[in-house]
Every structure is written in structure tokens, then in C-alpha cells.
Ligand binder design. Structure first.
Ligand SMILES: *[C@@H]1O[C@H](CO)[C@@H](O)[C@H](O)[C@H]1NC(C)=O
Ligand SMILES: *[C@@H]1O[C@H](CO)[C@@H](O)[C@H](O)[C@H]1NC(C)=O
Ligand SMILES: *[C@@H]1O[C@H](CO)[C@@H](O)[C@H](O)[C@H]1NC(C)=O
Ligand SMILES: *[C@@H]1O[C@H](CO)[C@@H](O)[C@H](O)[C@H]1NC(C)=O
Ligand SMILES: *[C@@H]1O[C@H](CO)[C@@H](O)[C@H](O)[C@H]1NC(C)=O
Ligand SMILES: *[C@@H]1O[C@H](CO)[C@@H](O)[C@H](O)[C@H]1NC(C)=O
Ligand SMILES: *[C@@H]1O[C@H](CO)[C@@H](O)[C@H](O)[C@H]1NC(C)=O
Length: 913
């Protein structure tokens, strides 16, 4: 209750805040409030700034002011930051570039002014910018006047794309002696004139990007002459480019061109003349992707003897012959993805036998999504260097739908290492299909319809195989103990969503020969039954994927024969995935010795309370995923060890119980951990108690628990005290008199009866003057008189009053002679006027006069203190406790009473100081 009441306030505050402030807060949380500075770099982007902030450290070297609202860049506002090397004012609305800018920033190396509104650009603008190496003026409204760039002696990169420039000529005098890259994309000139690049005569230019210069359609002879060092030319997207493509090649013949990108320029056919101009060059990369090439004349590429990469992705080629690739003797990488036209069966494109024979150096051949009529025994003949063949998604090529050796005989001489047969609608694999692929290391058979029992013959001959992927077939593959007998060096085996559910429920595991296996994927197979020996011998296994199965029974305590601890054979496991299995229990021994495990995925199960220390062996854990379970409490007994080194925790969407016992430790951990916890604010919600329902666990008030500790101690102390008190009271109530009796005897044995001085006793004749009601005479005679002996004498009015003396005098006299005055208190005494008024009054007076502590009360009845004080002017509290005695009703307590009485009478009369 205590903590509930305390937590009320913050919760209430949060509620109100959320309701009233959230729109503003949301906007604010998207936008940063201030610049962030790190390692001398200030990021002031996206702040709606209209001027340069003046409160940044003076020694920053980089300043990003992009995406703001600046309309000018006044040089003086940069005065504080003279050490700047990099400045970006891109995506603002700056209209002019002040020469003072570079004067105030003498070290500036890169300047990004992309996407502004700079119009007039003159020589003066860059007067002081001699240090500049990188300048981006793309997407402005440039109007160049009088050689604006002529002073940029060190500039290596210049971008003037998207400025609607009418010419590529940026100057008339030779200039920019350091320029290497010129970006001229998306401008508006249709001709490259002979003199256009003459201003670059002295530049070591390597790259020109003329991408999407939409209207470019004419090249004047000699236009590239001034720049013989040109190595890369991008002409992508110039739709009319194809018209002058052979001119272009002739123009480039005198250059050092080595890479040419002609993507998406509308080429429809290649002739044996098209690239002839490149004969003298050393072109290594030619990108012709995204065109509409249908016809490639024989010998089209014969000029490109140095070509290494040819990209024909995305064309509509109908026919490839043994002459098509003639001359490409250095080609290493041929991209034919979607390069052949997709059409119906009768007119399927044809790849003739021996088509690839000229490509004796080809290493990578990609025929992805490239249907052609059929694979014959000569289709891939001559590919002496081929290591990587991609035939994925070309399903029409395997006419029989069943793989057999005839498809791959033409590859017998290739050192093929990787074969991709993904997505080919295959239904089965005949024995020995791969027997000629002796060096194959990676085989991909994912996304087919393979359904068969693998006897082991299918994989024969693949002695070098290290990776086998058969995921996403139709869950109809049966394994036997011999399936992998010929591929014992396997490292990666992917069988997700492909196995028949019961196939692993057999005495000997199909995986027994795979001692080098490191990755095993058995996910999405609906497997319910496996044996404990399934992973026996896989001592190198590092990754085990078992998610999306139905393994819940295996780890139940109630499982016949006990939980199936299949992880005990895999001590090197690094990653274990068990999501979506309906698991509601983790046995105590499940993760024993897995001290190398770094990632544990257990999300989307039904876990509730985990046993203490069940995760304690996971000392290397870095990633823990437990989201969407039924975890209510995150206790240190379970999670302290596995969470001690974590870098990623995913545990959201559990019904957390936000009480001190369940969540305090977790919230404390979250507050101080360096681990990344995605979705912490909105996916970690309290389910109970009601007070916190649907609040983030980060709203949990930890302080309420901190108070609990002293409170608990206090509670324990308190209740102990109360218990002790009750116990004491009970003992006292029933046996107190006995205890006191023995206590007194003990005291008296050691100290003697009286603490009164010996002399004191001698002044008095009697030990006590007894005052009692007439009616109690009998009690006095029966109980008190028998106590008399030589050391103890009572003065009784009836017996000891001086004969002949006036009664009152006699009383006074006797009182004087008595050391103590003993009242036998009953209702009757209080009603006896004589006793009450005279004797009591006198006795009291004497007590006061003599300042003696000399009154002893014996209660025969319970008498109210109030009455006592009214009648006898005495209160119990005025007397020492030992001088107030109660006559016990029980007979056996009478000796104790007598003892107490004697002690009371033996007390000294002096007031204790
Ligand atoms: C190649 O394309 C050009 C331009 O579209 C056309 O004029 C020429 O006839 C074509 N050549 C052949 C052989 O189809
Ligand atoms: C180019 O092809 C034509 C026929 O289309 C042929 O006559 C000519 O010899 C070929 N030239 C070369 C260099 O292969
Ligand atoms: C092409 O390469 C060869 C040998 O590497 C070299 O001698 C020749 O100058 C190069 N040609 C051009 C145009 O760069
Ligand atoms: C070939 O071109 C395609 C499409 O333009 C591109 O995605 C791919 O990266 C290119 N491949 C190579 C090897 O350059
Ligand atoms: C497939 O290739 C064989 C030669 O290996 C040929 O006889 C047959 O006609 C081809 N099939 C089709 C459908 O063209
Ligand atoms: C796999 O094994 C099961 C049970 O042994 C059998 O019913 C099924 O037909 C087998 N599937 C194939 C494709 O051999
Ligand atoms: C496992 O790998 C080692 C080292 O690569 C190799 O020597 C050994 O033959 C392999 N084991 C099997 C069963 O292939």
C-alpha cells in the first residue's frame, strides 16, 4: 500500500503531461534541439536555423548546416570557426557566395553548396579558396561569368550537375590543374563541342559523369582530345545516346578509358562495328544494362580484348551464338541476369552449344532469371576458369524437373565452386547428378519443390562440398542415416522448411558424419520429435536454428523419460534459435556448458517463470531475444549472469509485473546498461498491477522500493517486539509470580532481606503498622500474623494499642513506632470512615513529614486508582512497584506473596536518591 500510494503522483503527472504536451513533444523528439558536436564535427542539420550558431566550440573542423533556412552565408558569422576544413550549407536558400567566406575560413578543403539558389558565379567568389579540393555546386541556378573556377588550383572534384547549363564549357582558359572528377549530370546541352573540354587541358581528369543529359545527341570530332587521361565515363540515361555510340567510341579511342557505363540509353542492337573504336583502348568494364538490346551481331565484342566485366543485365537478347562473345579472352565476370527476352515456350531464346567457349578466363557467369531453351551437354563447354555459376530462377532450362548428371557434364572441366539452382521448380535429384562437379563447395537448391528420400547417392562425388542449402522446398524431404555420408566436410547445412516432420525421429541421426558442421538450420519444419542423439558428434556446431517447430514437449519435465537435452553434444554453440516453438519450460540442464553462446533467441514462446540459474552457464551472451513470451518477472537469480555482458536485449511485449520483487532489478539494470534495447519505451509495458497497467516499465517508481528496505527492517523489528511482548505478557500472566518468586529468593539469598541500614531498624518497635478495615480483621489474623517472628513484628490496633491512651494518640504513637505503614486495601477500607479519614490522613502526613518511603499497599481486591486517591490520597504510581502487592487468588502463589511482602517491609525508608 505504501508504495502504491507513492507511485500515484508520478503516474498522474505522466498522464497529464502525455495528454497535454504530446503533440509538441512528438515534434520535438523528431527534431534535435541543438547542434551535436563530436570529435570536432558539429552537426547542425535539420534545425530550421536562419543563421550560423555562434555557441559552438571554436576549434571545430567540420560544420554541417544542411537542411536549414539560411538565405545567406555572411562571412563574419564564420569568424569564430577559422579552423574549419569541411563546411556544408547544402539544402538552404543561399543566393550568393561571398568572397569573404573563404577569407575567413583559410583552411577550408570541402564546400558543399548543393541545392541552394546561387546564380551569378564569378572569379572573385573563389578568390581566397585556393585550399579547396572538393566543391559541390549541384542543383543551383548557376550563371558562370569570367572563368569562375580559374583560381581553384587544388580542386580535385567539381560538381555542377543540375544547373541547367547550356554548355559543358566551364571556362575558356586552361585551368583547374588538379581536377580529377567532373560531374555534369542533368544539364541541358545537346552537343559536346570540340573546344568544350579545352579548359581541362592541364587537368589530370579521370572521371566525367554525363548521366541523363537528356538531350545530348551529338559529339563533335575531337571533343575528348583535350582530356586524354579520361578513364571513366558515365553516360547513363541519355536516351538518345545510342545514336552516336560508335562515334563516341571512336572519339574515346585516344583516351585512357577503362570503364564505360552506358546504362539505360536505349540501345537496341550491337554490331561488329559498334565498339570498334575502342580497339586501341584497354577498356575493362562495360555496363550495357537496362537497354533493350535484342540483337548482338557476331563479333560485336571482338575489339574488347582487355574487358573483364561485361554487364548485360536487363536486356531482351534472343540468341547467343558461339561467336557472340568472340574475343573476350580476358572476361572474368559476365552478367546476364534477365538479359534474355522472356517469352513463351516456342520462341524461347536460345543459347547455342559452345556459346561460352571463347571465355576461357570467365570466373563468374550469372544467368539468373534467364530462361532459355535447354541445357545440353555442350552448353557450358570451354569455361575453363568458371568458379561461380548462377542458374537461379531460370526454371524452363531443366525440362525434366529432375536434376540429372546430363545437365552438368559440360561443366566437368570447370573448377566450379558455387552453383546456384534456386527457384527452378525442381522436384527431385537423381543419383549422381553432381558427380562431375568435383570441386563444388557451395550448392544452393532453395525454393524448389524437392520431395524425396535422400539415400545419399544424390550427393555422391561432392567430396569438397562445404555448404548445402535446401531451404524452402515443400517439407517432403526424408533423411536417412546415409544421406550425408559422402559430404563429410560440410560446414553449413540449411534445411529450413524442407523436411518431412517425422524424419528426424529415427534411431541414428542423419547428421552423424558431419563433425565439421558449424551451421545447421532445421527451422520451419514442424518437427515435434527428435532424439537426444540428434546432434551427437557435431562438436563444432556453432549455429543451430530450430525456430518455427513444435518442440514444446521435448523440454517438459513431464516428458516420458525426462527432458530431451539435445544441446549437450554441442559445447561450441554460439547462436541458438528456438523462437516459435510453444516452449513453456526450460529444464535446469538445458544450457549446461554452453559458455560460448553469444546469441539466444527464444521469442514468441510461452515462457513464464524461468528456474533460478537456468541461464547461468551463458557467460558470453551478447544477444538475448525473449520478446512475446509470458514473462512477468525479470529476477536477478535468473538473469544476472546472462545479462552481465549483453549488447542487445529484445524482451518487449511480455506481460511484466511491475512490482518491486518482479521488476525492480530489471529496471535498475536497464537504467545503467550500455546494451541496446530496441523499443524500450513502447514495447516494455506493465501488465500488472492495475496501477501501472499499460505503462512503460521505465515509469516504474524505483524509489518506492528503496524505501521498502528500511520499512521492511522496521516491520520485522516491530513485529518481533510485539511478539516478544505478547509472549512475555502471556508468561507473566500465567507464571510471572513464579518467576518473581524465584527472582526474589535469588536476590535475597545473595543480598539479604533488607537493604535498610542496621541502625535504621533499631529506632522502630514495629516493622509495620497495619491499617485495615474492620471486616478484614480475619484476613489479617489468618495471613499476616503468622508471618511474625523475632525479626518481624506488626503493629495491630486491636492488639497493640496502648491501654488507657486516647485512641487517636495511641494510633499516632504506634505509627511513629512503626517503620512502615501497611494498608490492606479493599472496598471496605475505602468506605471505613475512621481508617479513611483519620488513619490515612495521619499516615500520609507522617510519610510526608518524615519523607519516608514507608507505605506498602496490599490489595485484596482490585480497586480503582481513582477511588484510592480520593479516599486515601494515594496512587499506585506514587509508590515503588515493589511496595504495591496484590493478594493472589491462587493458593500456590501465597508463598511468593509472602516473600514479596517481607521484601517490601525490608526496604529502606529513605527515598532513593
Ligand atoms: C540496329 O539499330 C539501328 C537503330 O535502331 C537500326 O537502324 C538498324 O537497322 C539495326 N540493325 C539491325 C541489324 O537490326
Ligand atoms: C562484320 O559483319 C559483316 C557481316 O555482317 C562482315 O561482312 C564483316 O566481315 C564483319 N567484320 C568483322 C570485323 O568481323
Ligand atoms: C593498355 O595496356 C598496355 C599494357 O598494359 C599498355 O602498354 C598500353 O599503353 C595501354 N593502352 C592504353 C591506351 O592505356
Ligand atoms: C549490372 O547492372 C545491374 C543493373 O544496372 C546492376 O544492378 C549490377 O550491380 C551490375 N553488376 C555489375 C557486376 O556491375
Ligand atoms: C534440348 O537439347 C537436345 C540436345 O541435347 C535437343 O535434341 C533438343 O531438341 C532440345 N530440346 C528442345 C526443347 O529444344
Ligand atoms: C517420407 O517418409 C514418410 C514416413 O516414413 C512417408 O510417409 C513419406 O511418403 C516419405 N516421403 C517421401 C517423399 O519419400
Ligand atoms: C574437417 O576439417 C578438417 C580441416 O579442414 C579436415 O582436415 C577434415 O578432414 C574434415 N573432416 C571431415 C570428416 O571431412
Amino acid at each position: 500500500m505504501l508504495h502504491a500510494a507513492r507511485s500515484c503522483i508520478p503516474t498522474w503527472v505522466i498522464l497529464v503531461c502525455t495528454v497535454t504536451v504530446s503533440p509538441y513533444y512528438c515534434a520535438a523528439s523528431v527534431q534535435k534541439a541543438t547542434c551535436s558536436v563530436q570529435d570536432g564535427r558539429a552537426d547542425c542539420s535539420h534545425l530550421t536555423l536562419s543563421s550560423v550558431p555562434q555557441d559552438l566550440p571554436g576549434d571545430i573542423t567540420a560544420l554541417d548546416l544542411s537542411h536549414n533556412r539560411m538565405t545567406a552565408a555572411p562571412p563574419d558569422s564564420f569568424k569564430r570557426y577559422t579552423g574549419l576544413l569541411h563546411l556544408s550549407i547544402s539544402y538552404n536558400s543561399i543566393k550568393t557566395l561571398d568572397e569573404g567566406l573563404c577569407r575567413n575560413l583559410p583552411l577550408l578543403q570541402t564546400l558543399n553548396l548543393m541545392h541552394n539558389e546561387v546564380h551569378l558565379l564569378q572569379k572573385e567568389n573563389f578568390k581566397y579558396c585556393s585550399k579547396l579540393t572538393w566543391l559541390n555546386m549541384a542543383s543551383n541556378r548557376l550563371k558562370l561569368q569570367e572563368e569562375p573556377f580559374s583560381l581553384l588550383q587544388n580542386l580535385k572534384y567539381l560538381d555542377v550537375s543540375m544547373n541547367n547549363l547550356k554548355s559543358a564549357r566551364l571556362g575558356s582558359q586552361p585551368q583547374l590543374p588538379s581536377l580529377e572528377t567532373l560531374e555534369l549530370k542533368h544539364n541541358n546541352f545537346n552537343t559536346l563541342k570540340r573546344e568544350d573540354f579545352s579548359f581541362l587541358k592541364d587537368s589530370p581528369l579521370h572521371v566525367i559523369n554525363l548521366m541523363s543529359s537528356v538531350s545530348l545527341q551529338k559529339l563533335e570530332p575531337g571533343c575528348f582530345k583535350p582530356i586524354p587521361g579520361l578513364r571513366m565515363l558515365f553516360l547513363n540515361g541519355s536516351r538518345k545516346g545510342f545514336m552516336f555510340i560508335s562515334d563516341l567510341c571512336s572519339e574515346l579511342s585516344e583516351t585512357a578509358i577503362s570503364a564505360m557505363s552506358l546504362r539505360n540509353i536505349g540501345l537496341t542492337n550491337l554490331t561488329n562495328k559498334t565498339f570498334s573504336g575502342l580497339k586501341k583502348t584497354n577498356l575493362t568494364l562495360l555496363d550495357l544494362s537496362g537497354n533493350s538490346i535484342e540483337i548482338i551481331e557476331d563479333g560485336s565484342f571482338q575489339w574488347l580484348s582487355e574487358l573483364q566485366i561485361l554487364n548485360l543485365t536487363g536486356n531482351g537478347i534472343k540468341h547467343l551464338t558461339r561467336e557472340t562473345f568472340k574475343g573476350l579472352k580476358m572476361l572474368k565476370n559476365l552478367q546476364l541476369t534477365k538479359a534474355l527476352v522472356k517469352s513463351q515456350k516456342p520462341s524461347l531464346p536460345v543459347i547455342e552449344d559452345f556459346t561460352f567457349q571463347p571465355l576461357s578466363n570467365l570466373e563468374t557467369l550469372v544467368l539468373q532469371n534467364t530462361p532459355f531453351v535447354n541445357i545440353t551437354e555442350n552448353t557450358f563447354k570451354g569455361l575453363m576458369s568458371l568458379t561461380d555459376l548462377d542458374l537461379s530462377w531460370s526454371n524452363s532450362i531443366f525440362t525434366s524437373k529432375k536434376l540429372s548428371s546430363k545437365f552438368f557434364v559440360s561443366l566437368a572441366d570447370s573448377p566450379l565452386r558455387k552453383l546456384n539452382l534456386e527457384g527452378n521448380a525442381l522436384v527431385g535429384i537423381e543419383p549422381g547428378s553432381f558427380s562431375c562437379l568435383k570441386s563444388l563447395s557451395i550448392l544452393l537448391l532453395d525454393r524448389n519443390y524437392i520431395h524425396q528420400t535422400f539415400s545419399g547417392k544424390e550427393l555422391e562425388g561432392l567430396a569438397q562440398l562445404q555448404e548445402l542449402h535446401i531451404s524452402n522446398n515443400v517439407q517432403q524431404i526424408n533423411l536417412t542415416a546415409q544421406t550425408f555420408a559422402s559430404v563429410t566436410d560440410l560446414r553449413v547445412l540449411m534445411l529450413g522448411k524442407s523436411l518431412q516432420a517425422e524424419t528426424l525421429n529415427q534411431d541414428s541421426s542423419p547428421f552423424w558424419p558431419l563433425s565439421n558442421l558449424t551451421v545447421l538450420d532445421l527451422s520451419n519444419n514442424n518437427i515435434a520429435n527428435i532424439r537426444e542423439n540428434l546432434l551427437e558428434g557435431l562438436e563444432n556446431l556453432q549455429v543451430l536454428k530450430l525456430q518455427h517447430n513444435n518442440l514444446v514437449r521435448l523440454w517438459k519435465t513431464a516428458n516420458p523419460g525426462g527432458p530431451v537435452l539435445f544441446l549437450k553434444h554441442t559445447p561450441r554453440l554460439v547462436s541458438f534459435e528456438m523462437d516459435f516453438n510453444g516452449m513453456d519450460e526450460i529444464p535446469r540442464e538445458a544450457f549446461r556448458n554452453l559458455n560460448q553462446l553469444r546469441e539466444l533467441n527464444f521469442s514468441n514462446n510461452l515462457l513464464n517463470n524461468l528456474r533460478d540459474s537456468v541461464l547461468d552457464d551463458l557467460t558470453s551472451l551478447k544477444v538475448l531475444r525473449l520478446e512475446k513470451n509470458f514473462i512477468t518477472s525479470v529476477r536477478p537469480e535468473v538473469f544476472r549472469t546472462p545479462m552481465s555482458n549483453l549488447s542487445v536485449l529484445v524482451m518487449g511485449k511480455n506481460p511484466f509485473d511491475c512490482t518491486c520483487e518482479s521488476i525492480l532489478w530489471f529496471v535498475t539494470w536497464l537504467n545503467k546498461t550500455n546494451a541496446s534495447v530496441p523499443g524500450l519505451r513502447d514495447q516494455y509495458m506493465c501488465n500488472t498491477p492495475i496501477l501501472y497497467f499499460n505503462h512503460s516499465i521505465m515509469d516504474f517508481d524505483q524509489l518506492s522500493c528503496k524505501d521498502m528496505a528500511p520499512f521492511q527492517a522496521f516491520y520485522v523489528l516491530n513485529s518481533t517486539a510485539v511478539l516478544m511482548l505478547i509472549l512475555t505478557a502471556l508468561i507473566y500472566r500465567f507464571h510471572g509470580w513464579r518467576i518473581l518468586f524465584y527472582w526474589n529468593i535469588l536476590i535475597n539469598r545473595t543480598l539479604g532481606f533488607s537493604d535498610a541500614k542496621v541502625e535504621e531498624g533499631r529506632e522502630f518497635e514495629y516493622d509495620a503498622y497495619v491499617i485495615h478495615a474492620e471486616e478484614d480483621t480475619r484476613w489479617v489474623e489468618r495471613r499476616l500474623v503468622p508471618l511474625e517472628n523475632e525479626t518481624c513484628r506488626f503493629c495491630l490496633d486491636d492488639r497493640d494499642s496502648d491501654i488507657g491512651m486516647f485512641q487517636a494518640d495511641s494510633i499516632v504513637n504506634n505509627m511513629r513506632k512503626s517503620r512502615k505503614i501497611l494498608f490492606v486495601v479493599t472496598e471496605r477500607l475505602l468506605n471505613d470512615p475512621w481508617c479513611r479519614q483519620f488513619k490515612a490522613h495521619h499516615a500520609l502526613q507522617q510519610v510526608i513529614e518524615a519523607s519516608r518511603d514507608s507505605v506498602v499497599l496490599i490489595f485484596l481486591q482490585d480497586v480503582h486508582d481513582y477511588k484510592l486517591s480520593r479516599s486515601l490520597f494515594l496512587r499506585r504510581g506514587m509508590l515503588r512497584p515493589s511496595c504495591v502487592l496484590n493478594w493472589p487468588p491462587q493458593k500456590e502463589r501465597i508463598p511468593a506473596f509472602n516473600q514479596k511482602l517481607l521484601i517490601a517491609l525490608g526496604m529502606t525508608n529513605r527515598l532513593q536518591e
